[in-house]
Design a protein around this ligand. Structure first.
Ligand code: CO
Length: 159
């Protein structure tokens, strides 16, 4: 596995709509593992392929010590809203308040080629929505309010 370079805001790859993954092969599985290692090395809770310069629809998330490798995600329902503080590996030293759905149902393919439906809420739901935005070329700073410099307090409730 390898720690990859993180692309930061201003890099055009972060503005592109990513392509679906068509075949889950060795290359894709290695990329998922490298994304995970990069995420752990930078103490992130999620990472999307465009953040390492790859315009493909795949995301790795780790919430509550459970890792999710998410390929071709599709958020099929959303419920409620919630405002909380977010930061992003691609926007170092910035944080801001983002409104997201409180609960989501997401359909995706696992690295073992299985179709899966996951019901997520709280931080996991927020994180998946943030990462899926990356796949659509959207950064949290495009939608956040009260953007400030400094380190985000992840999971801290704000007004
Ligand atoms: Co991000």
């Amino acid at each position: 596995m390898a720690v990859l370079e993180i692309k930061t805001a201003g890099d055009p790859v972060l503005k592109k709509i990513s392509e679906p993954v068509r075949k889950i092969d060795k290359r894709i599985k290695k990329l998922l593992d490298d994304m995970a290692e990069t995420m752990y090395a930078t103490e992130g809770v999620g990472i999307a392929a465009p953040q390492v310069g790859v315009s493909l629809r795949m995301v790795v998330v780790d919430v509550d010590k459970k890792r999710y490798d998410i390929i071709n995600p599709e958020i099929i329902s959303r419920e409620g809203t919630n405002i909380d503080v977010e930061g992003c590996l691609s926007c170092p030293d910035l944080f801001g308040e983002v409104e997201r759905a409180e609960k989501i149902r997401v359909k995706f393919t696992t690295r073992f080629h299985k179709e899966k439906i996951l019901d997520a809420e709280g931080l996991l739901a927020r994180c998946i929505q943030h990462e899926v935005d990356h796949l659509d070329g959207r950064l949290f700073i495009d939608i956040a309010k009260n953007i400030q410099k400094g380190k985000p307090q992840r999971g801290e409730q704000v007004k």
